[in-house]
Design a protein. Structure first.
Length: 186
């Protein structure tokens, strides 16, 4: 029987879960093979750039998915508070109520290569820009909007780190609950 082919999307999903769980540095070739279901030769055939290429593709795909699935409500014409509420719900789903680590955290340790670092920075910047845009729409100056957006992202990211290291997901729930307050300045 021929081996089952793994689609590119499924392969990236499996690598994403591995990098979320163990980070870039700790993801060994043995773990990558186990997570993907591929032989080492197939891994290098698909990713001739090795683990750095895998990390970059994961970071780029995750940034696109985050924008499409989490931040999308911010681009609608709904009232600002409704858009922020929808993003908070999407964040809760995306991070499984704080049970999933964020790649911005786990992939930023070690040296995943320039391409991955750039993709992670682009994802973080897009998230901050999206939040700042909403804060500006709510009446904040550009400087204040940027500060609010950075505070909101830092709060969410910090809460995800706390959830990972302590097992307590309540800080994540509180960060999401405070999101409208932070972005709108109430």
């Amino acid at each position: 029987m021929a081996p089952r082919l793994v689609s590119s999307d499924e392969l990236i999903d499996r690598l994403t879960m591995l990098f979320r769980r163990v980070g870039y540095e700790a993801a060994s070739l043995v773990e990558i093979a186990a997570a993907t279901g591929l032989q080492k030769s197939s891994i290098y055939h698909r990713f001739p750039g090795g683990k750095e290429q895998m990390a970059q593709e994961v970071a780029e795909a995750s940034g696109r998915r985050f924008s499409e699935h989490v931040l999308a409500p911010l681009r609608s014409n709904a009232p600002v508070d409704e858009r922020i509420g929808a993003v908070a719900r999407n964040l809760d789903l995306f991070y499984e109520a704080g049970a999933r680590s964020c790649l911005l955290d786990t992939m930023s340790l070690g040296d995943p290569g320039a391409g991955t670092t750039e993709a992670l920075a682009a994802a973080a910047s897009a998230w901050i820009r999206a939040f700042a845009t909403v804060a500006r729409e709510a009446g904040a100056t550009s400087t204040v909007a940027l500060a609010r957006a950075q505070e909101a992202v830092a709060g969410i990211e910090g809460a995800l780190v706390l959830a990972r290291v302590t097992g307590d997901k309540r800080p994540f729930a509180r960060a999401l609950k405070r999101l409208p307050e932070i972005l709108l300045g109430h």
